[in-house]
Design a protein around this ligand. Structure first.
Ligand code: ADP
Ligand code: ZN
Ligand code: ZN
Length: 746
């Protein structure tokens, strides 16, 4: 809480009105009076505790105003001011205001979402410690004579002597040292509890260890980024897989840190691997501060505070790290900038990439967006001159580009999804000591279960979707709502016992591998096999070291990893994306194929890629294999332009869902009718229509799409329209949300 004795004595604010952003969906600020005993100065960015509705809430003060639209006599005073100084700096507040306007989401929710949970709940701005036990000076001096027959105590002392930084309760318990032993040792004055906070100190680090000599393209990129230090410039670092993009980031970061400034790197969730962190650590001579969903609330708070205080020189995080305050922002990097996970898909739907571009501009710092398969939006921005295009056209070091081939599997007899020609290639590569990576974007044993007698297929009762068969756990599971049930012994429709798995997922391919390649070690990497903490790291280590010869997995395995021994990549199923209703499906497929293919031949030995397909003549696949991603992207951009789709138009999607099948359509129709006709020029409305998966988790879903050539017109309409939607009578019967720049239309 605020230490009032030390807070500066500010002007009396009795006449002022405090505008507070409260975490509520309402699109407005709430006015309050200053607290009765206001001592300190009040400034935007401080947390205040306020009466709200029937309870109370914690909001952020965003403005101290002199007037209000409400009768001042009806205003309530703030209950408490929680901070002595703003906890959010000016740039983050400004970004929140901009994001609230751009995404048409309530400022209170935007601001609450950008704080670590502990601060949202009102805890003070103090690092959280972890209690560890360590030896006192007397404990260090104690010898066998002192503890005599207390063997356990002796063992504990010995153990703690080996860990001068202390051990946590969990670590001690794991070493079979119980609470009673600890108590005894504390009682004798040999051991003490200590609050350990891992506080980083800003360090410019020693010179990069064992840095490779940059090639010409890398050197040009680094020079361009360095020349932009201290001002805004966005770069699209468009470099083929293995071209040394990470190397470029590392140089740019080192230069930024040497100037005493901080660098923030945002990566997709599954890209934040120990391998990446290790590489940063080794090369920058310091441990980056991490911000990701695997942290405890205390760890997250500490990392946030270290970034805000300027103690952390390098911060690596996932999407929400875009919001972390920096004392001295110097460089922003977004790796795999095309990745859909950079867009939040629920609640406040923002793009971390787009936010960071705005932030870099505001902070007058360069930003680098890196990818081997840039989003069409980013390529378009580069063509328009908004981003500077830096390209790394070749692989770094001795590696050369992998060779892609389509494998026609029409009329082939597949063994659990593996074609004979692929199996033969695998044998060849394994015999020559290569590693093989197989990619299939479906976990579980089979996408569904089929009755051979009557054609019944297992479907989720709550979704318009098949149930996935999970053989090992003997379950049918829905990958959309999480529902699960036992595998039926007979068909619920005809009673026949001949139920067969249809299609193949990772579990099933794993079985085939064990049969086809007995004695050859393999790892399977998907969400199911990596649920246990530390398991993913284990499996990735086996893959990287070469201990596992065959690597099988979903996209968890496909992105960003560097497996130098992989010489053959097999893509088992490329056809799903070819005929999807979503206009982005082609782009996603192309990105996925190129990213997976990029795992092959990353060291001296050349790589080969085989793509199994039933549509070997399909223009998209042909183009990708023959001309590569840039040619695909150029053609796709031309198509988008002709069709008036993004990036040549701007979209906003209004979604609604309800247990009542008719409610979404009623709400969306009312919403459409509520549009101010005067603002419709240059806009098209598509819908309302049922969502592609109409029923999900027992709720019916519908959507209304807005398309506008000019962003300005779209936002003018949304600003007028969205705040009024909540007041529609039919809004009460649905859950609705607005998605600006939606990346999928589900
Ligand atoms: P990307 O991020 O583009 O996939 P990386 O930066 O991971 O590429 O580089 C791929 C591999 O090439 C890494 O093992 C890296 O150490 C190596 N590498 C990068 N740049 C060079 C260079 N200039 N000379 C030699 N090896 C390099
Ligand atoms: Zn049947
Ligand atoms: Zn379901």
């Amino acid at each position: 809480m605020l230490d009032r004795q030390h807070a500066a004595q500010g002007p009396r604010m009795a006449e002022s009105v405090l505008r507070v952003a409260v975490p509520s969906p309402l699109h407005r600020l709430f006015d309050y009076l200053p607290p009765r005993n206001a001592g300190g100065a009040l400034a935007p960015g401080m947390r205040v505790q306020i009466p709200f509705g029937r309870g109370r809430s914690i909001g952020i003060l965003v403005e101290v105003a002199q007037s209000t639209d409400i009768d001042p006599a009806r205003l309530k005073p703030v209950q408490a001011v929680l901070d002595a100084a703003p906890i959010l700096p000016e740039d983050i507040l400004a970004m929140a205001r901009w994001a609230s306007d751009y995404y048409h989401h309530s400022l209170g929710e935007v601001l609450a979402g950008c704080l670590p949970v502990m601060l949202r709940r009102g805890q003070p701005l103090q690092p959280q410690g972890e209690t560890v036990w360590r030896l006192t000076a007397a404990g260090c001096a104690a010898g066998p004579a002192d503890f005599g027959r207390a063997v356990q105590q002796g063992r504990a002392l010995q153990l703690l002597a080996a860990y001068p930084d202390g051990l946590t309760r969990v670590e001690l318990t794991a070493a079979q040292i119980g609470a009673h032993i600890l108590r005894a040792l504390v009682g004798r004055g040999w051991v003490e509890a200590h609050l350990r906070t891992a506080a980083p100190r800003f360090s410019t680090g020693p010179d990069g260890a064992a840095a490779p000599r940059l090639n010409a393209a890398q050197a040009d990129a680094v020079a361009a980024i360095q020349a932009a230090q201290g001002r805004y410039q966005a770069f699209l670092l468009d470099g083929v897989t293995g071209s040394g993009k990470t190397e470029v980031y590392l140089r740019a970061i080192a230069a930024c840190v040497a100037q005493g400034k901080q660098a923030l790197v945002v990566v997709p969730e599954i890209g934040l691997t120990p391998q990446l962190v290790g590489r940063f650590e080794e090369r920058l001579g310091q441990t980056p501060v991490l911000l990701h969903s695997g942290l405890s609330e205390g760890e997250r708070l500490n990392a946030w505070l270290a970034a805000r205080a300027g103690d952390a020189a390098v911060i690596i995080g996932t999407r929400s790290a875009a919001w972390v305050p920096l004392a001295r922002p110097g460089l922003f990097i977004v790796d795999e900038e095309h990745d859909p996970s950079l867009k939040q898909q629920e609640g406040f739907r923002y793009s971390a990439r787009d936010l960071l571009v705005w932030r870099a501009h505001r902070d007058a710092a360069p930003i680098v967006l890196g990818s081997a398969t840039p989003a069409l939006e980013s390529l378009h921005n580069a063509r328009q001159g908004r981003y500077r295009h830096l390209s790394l056209p070749e692989r770094a070091g001795a590696a050369c580009a992998p060779r892609l081939r389509l494998l026609d599997i029409r009329n082939q007899t597949l063994d659990e999804g593996l074609a004979p020609a692929l199996l033969a290639e695998m044998r060849g590569h394994l015999e020559r000591d290569g590693q093989v990576l197989l990619f299939i974007n479906r976990r579980g044993f089979a996408p569904t279960l089929l009755c051979h007698a009557c054609g019944w297929v297992a479907e989720c009762r709550r979704c318009d979707a098949h149930l996935t068969l999970h053989q090992r756990r003997q379950q049918l599971r829905c990958h959309h709502c999480g529902g699960q049930q036992r595998i039926p012994l007979q068909c619920p429709q005809c009673g026949c016992a001949d139920l067969r798995p249809l299609g193949a997922g990772t579990e099933r391919v794993e079985q085939a591998l064990a049969r086809q390649f007995p004695g050859i070690s393999s790892v399977r990497i998907d969400r199911d096999s990596t649920r246990r903490k530390g398991r993913l790291e284990d499996l990735l280590a086996q893959a990287a070291s070469g201990a596992a010869r065959i690597l099988l997995g979903t996209q968890m395995l496909a992105k960003g990893h560097h497996f130098p021994g992989v010489t053959l990549v097999g893509i088992l199923e490329a056809d799903q994306g070819l005929f999807s209703a979503d206009f982005r499906a082609g782009e996603r497929l192309a990105q996925q194929v190129i990213q997976v293919a990029g795992r092959a031949g990353r060291a001296e030995r050349p790589g080969e890629v085989l793509i199994q397909t039933h549509h070997p003549q399909h223009p998209l696949l042909q183009q990708l294999v023959q001309a590569g991603y840039p040619a695909f992207a150029a053609a796709a951009l031309a198509e988008r332009e002709a069709a008036g789709l993004p990036p040549f138009s701007n979209l906003a999607l209004l979604r609604a869902e309800a247990t009542d099948a008719r409610a979404p359509d009623q709400f969306l129709s009312d919403a459409r009718d509520a549009v101010d006709a005067g603002l419709c020029a240059g806009l098209e409305f598509w819908g309302p229509v049922p969502s592609p998966m109409e029923r999900r988790a027992g709720r019916f879903r519908g959507q209304l799409l807005l398309v506008a050539r000019e962003r300005r017109r779209l936002h003018r309409l949304l600003a007028d329209w969205v705040p009024r939607l909540g007041a529609l009578k039919t809004a009460r019967k649905v859950r609705w949300s607005l998605d600006v720049d939606p990346i999928d239309l589900f």
